[in-house]
Write a protein that binds this ligand. Structure first.
Ligand code: C2O
Ligand code: CU
Ligand code: CU
Length: 490
């Protein structure tokens, strides 16, 4: 029996075990509906952004937003070489947009803040998938409203496959040995309803919830799986929280970052994920009958002595987020893949130019007036990059297509995740040091706190003046407050 045949017979067992799990009291991991288009696309792809009512597991319905669902959106699985004919319909009673985070696509279909969809309106971009296998996502990018709209549920996953990824001996049966995890932190009020309140603290730090939610269900959740390798494709979709991941048994085996496979599997005890970051990991469920993914808020693993110190310095101890239990006494023995992809070193010498970006929180009254005048949402303050809050009418940088550059990012305070549209880049330095091995492949997120971070980047698609790309902090309240800029590629 090969892996594929084995999995088909295990699907029914998995469904029964899910039932058993819910009876045992561990909430089952929700599986967002999969739309698998890798076999071909013959109609337009409808995405309806609409209000919903959703029970996160608190026992009451919360007012949410969803995409073809009451909360969050579908998992779209597509293939390199396809063009995706989307019909994005706005069924909300407020203006919205939908950005394809991670896609290498021209500015005119990027879903940037200018591409507003009015209530009742429809946006129909044809989105070409040129890039290699990678884990991408889509979310609201509405000027001044991204944080609240994304928090309420306007986000979903877009998995790109290619010939190599489909032929690889990796788990890829969705809902059986291949799972997508959308990790978020939430605030619930005393009645158990989802809450989003903009206080001065939220404007400053971004929203920090105390409750971890996975695919729309309050953690911990459980899932039964076949014996053997299990693949977890993980997105940190928190508005502002960094997350540190670990396993209860053994290391994490990281196989891919945002823009594609790593050259080979990277073993790590802990994995730090900023908002907006994606990683794929394998869990060997041949080793023990059960293993759990653990998540702690903030940096550091919060264990032992470190945990004590971490507690003093604000890191929190890890929470069991997802427990995997294998459902078969016999199965395939797992073999961690060795070589995954060909990836050369990041050649800084290829850069012909460098640009500096300083993310600024410490701004004065003059900038607050500008931020407000330019429709940033700040609660009376301002955030900026290189001295100016976001202005939808201003182009901040002009880049030439096909030229390799170094972008150097620094901050005046706090830890921030930085994102660039229209590309994948390589991290040269993160916070003044070489990136961890799991972050040394293709990325579209990098973070910085002290010192600086440098990325090596090239843009291959057009983003003219009337269709520019964005770069910004991915703490969504910072983005809404003006920690964002625009650039053209010509
Ligand atoms: Cu995920 Cu410009 O955003
Ligand atoms: Cu993006
Ligand atoms: Cu920020």
């Amino acid at each position: 029996m090969n892996r594929r045949q084995f999995l088909i017979t295990s699907t029914a067992a998995s469904a029964m075990a899910r039932l058993a799990h819910s009876q045992a009291g561990l909430r089952p991991l929700p599986l967002p509906p999969l739309t698998d288009l890798t076999g071909g696309i013959n109609t337009r792809i409808p995405l309806a952004l609409a209000p919903g009512r959703h029970d996160f597991g608190t026992g009451v319905l919360s007012d949410t937003f969803g995409i073809n669902a009451s909360y969050l959106g579908p998992v779209l699985r597509v293939k390199q070489g396809q063009t995706l004919p989307f019909d994005v319909r706005n069924v909300l009673d407020e203006v919205t947009t939908l950005h394809w985070h991670g896609l290498h696509i021209p500015g005119d279909v990027d879903g940037r803040p200018h591409q507003e969809i009015a209530p009742g309106g429809i946006w129909s971009p044809d989105v070409p998938i040129v890039q290699q296998a990678s884990m991408n996502w889509f979310h609201s990018h509405t000027h001044g409203r991204t944080a609240r709209q994304t928090y309420k549920g306007l986000a979903g996953l877009l998995l790109v496959e290619d010939d190599a990824s489909l032929a690889a001996d990796l788990p890829m049966t969705y809902g059986v040995d291949d799972f997508t995890l959308i990790l978020q932190d939430k605030v619930f009020d005393g009645a158990g309803r989802l809450d989003y309140t903009l206080t001065s603290e939220v404007f400053e730090d971004g929203l920090q919830g105390e409750t971890l939610v996975i695919n729309g269900a309050v953690a911990p959740v459980g899932q039964t799986v076949p014996r053997g390798l299990v693949r977890l494709r993980i997105l940190n979709a928190c508005n502002a929280r960094f997350l540190t991941l670990s396993m209860s048994t053994g290391p994490l085996y990281v196989i891919a970052s945002e823009g594609g496979f790593l050259p080979s599997t990277v073993e790590t005890e802990t994995l730090l994920m900023s908002p907006g970051e994606r990683y794929e990991v394998l869990v060997d469920m041949g080793l023990s009958a059960s293993n759990s993914l653990r998540v702690s808020f903030g940096e550091g693993d919060g264990e032992g002595m470190l945990g004590l110190l971490g507690g003093l310095f604000g890191a929190e101890s890890p929470l069991t987020a997802l427990t995997l239990t294998h459902n078969a006494e016999t199965g395939l023995s797992a073999a961690m893949p060795d070589r995954l992809a060909t990836l050369g070193p990041a050649e800084a010498s290829a850069a012909i130019r460098s640009r500096d970006f300083e993310l600024q929180m410490d701004t004065g009254a003059d900038l607050a007036a500008l931020a407000a005048a330019w429709d940033n949402v700040c609660g009376g303050g301002a955030m900026a990059i290189n001295g100016l809050p976001m202005n939808m009418e201003r182009i901040d940088e002009e880049v030439r297509m096909g030229e390799t550059e170094i972008w150097r990012i620094s901050v005046d305070d706090m830890l921030h995740p930085f994102h660039i549209h229209g590309c994948s880049f390589r991290i040269l330095t993160q916070n003044g040091a070489a990136p961890p091995a799991y972050a040394a492949g293709w990325k579209d997120m990098v973070h910085v706190e002290d010192s600086w971070s440098e990325v090596l980047v090239r843009f291959d698609y057009a983003a003219p003046k009337d269709a520019p790309y964005m770069y910004h902090c991915h703490i969504l309240e910072h983005e809404d407050c003006g920690m964002m800029g625009q650039f053209t590629v010509t």
